[in-house]
Design a protein around this ligand. Structure first.
Ligand code: MEV
Length: 356
């Protein structure tokens, strides 16, 4: 058995605009997806997912493919998760030149599904790493990022940027502009995440922005302005000492850019009432800045606050289901120790999806 994990991420700046060639800066955070893979003797793939959870998010399947899961996660999200795993398997088979390789796969994740924290990218990245290693092939994190991007691109019908997958594979803060992906220095930013318990549909949200952009010049300008904010944020980060705690002055300027970025995402129609209300709670509690993260429509916001105030305020905000602090994850994809009592092919009470 081979076990790999990859972190989730928040967008400091630039989601959506990155799809149109503007730069974006996502940062990996210490919430990980872990994928365990055991090669099989036949060409079947059996997937079992456990603990796809965060406060009430629990996926439980039992039996075979024909059983639909008994879950409080919407079925399309679970189906999407299975789609990402299938795409990761195809990439691993291709990388190892083993088109008929079969696997037992177990996915565990503490990143909420579809909530803007990069759950799908983390599962795909960790899945490709574990499956290729299980076949005796070791890919570099950049190669994994590239293959994970191809997998996401396929599942999202060509509407994916490299940002999520590159960040999850490499860890730390990264800058992505089209195909140009690089890691950048960043100080330890005091991220606080608020989660509304929901999720947006990335494909629909991306399509909505694309339509607006095609219809109105001012929407296209809005997308370009997000790119301008990212460039200013990038300059600010480059001037900061990555080994020092960031100053209040630095955090205020960075937070101001985040606020601006959120306003433009709101204008592009990808925020929601619960996301806006968490953003405003965070600001009123004294956060230096707050914005939605990821595709939007529901899910998570990210705020910057070194004090406990924002987290406390978020926990009392109607519509906020959970709030937590998230450290920058300096490590991207990595190999983990297999659990001693692992039973990847077991008939446990989690979901199981089998295909040839
Ligand atoms: C989704 O996490 C981020 C988007 O920018 C889409 C993408 O970059 O693929 C909305």
């Amino acid at each position: 058995m081979t076990v790999s994990s990859a972190p989730g991420k928040v967008y400091l700046f630039g989601e959506h605009a990155v799809v149109y060639g503007e730069p974006a800066i996502p940062c990996a955070v210490e919430r990980r997806a872990t994928v365990s893979v055991t090669a099989r003797d036949d060409d079947h793939v059996r997937v079992r997912a456990e603990d796809l959870s965060l406060n009430g998010f629990t996926v439980e399947y039992s039996g075979s493919t024909s059983d639909r899961p008994d879950v409080d996660v919407p079925a399309p999200l679970v189906e999407a998760a299975v789609g990402y795993i299938d795409a990761a398997v195809e990439q691993a088979r291709d990388a190892a030149d083993a088109p008929d390789a079969g696997f037992d796969i177990t996915v565990q994740s503490d990143i909420p599904l579809g909530a803007g924290l990069g759950s799908s990218a983390a599962v795909v990245v960790a899945g490709i790493d574990a499956a290729t290693r299980e076949l005796g092939v070791e890919l570099s994190p950049r190669e994994i990022a590239d293959r994970a991007y191809q997998a996401e691109y396929e599942v999202q019908d060509g509407q994916a940027s490299r940002a999520d997958t590159f960040c999850c594979a490499m860890g730390g803060a990264v800058r992505v502009e089209g195909d140009d992906c690089r890691t950048i220095d960043a100080p330890a930013l005091p991220f606080v995440i608020g989660f509304d318990g929901g999720a947006g549909d990335t494909g629909t949200l991306v399509a909505g922005v694309r339509d607006l952009r095609e219809q109105y010049d001012f929407a296209a300008d809005t997308v370009e302005t997000i790119g301008d904010i990212v460039r200013r944020g990038e300059t600010l980060l480059a001037d900061a000492d990555p080994d020092e705690d960031p100053s209040d002055e630095f955090l205020s300027e960075l937070g101001g850019f985040m606020n601006f970025n959120h306003g433009l995402l709101e204008a592009l129609g990808v925020s929601s009432r619960s996301l806006d209300s968490m953003v405003w709670s965070a600001r009123e509690a004294g956060a230096h800045g707050a914005k939605l993260t990821g595709a939007g429509g529901g899910g998570c916001i990210v705020a910057i606050d070194p004090t406990p105030e924002t987290m406390t305020a978020l926990r009392f905000t109607p519509g906020c289901e959970d709030a937590f602090r998230a450290e920058l994850a300096t490590e991207g994809v990595r190999v983990e120790e297999p659990p001693e009592t692992a039973d990847p092919a077991g008939d446990g009470d989690s979901f199981t999806e089998e295909s040839a």
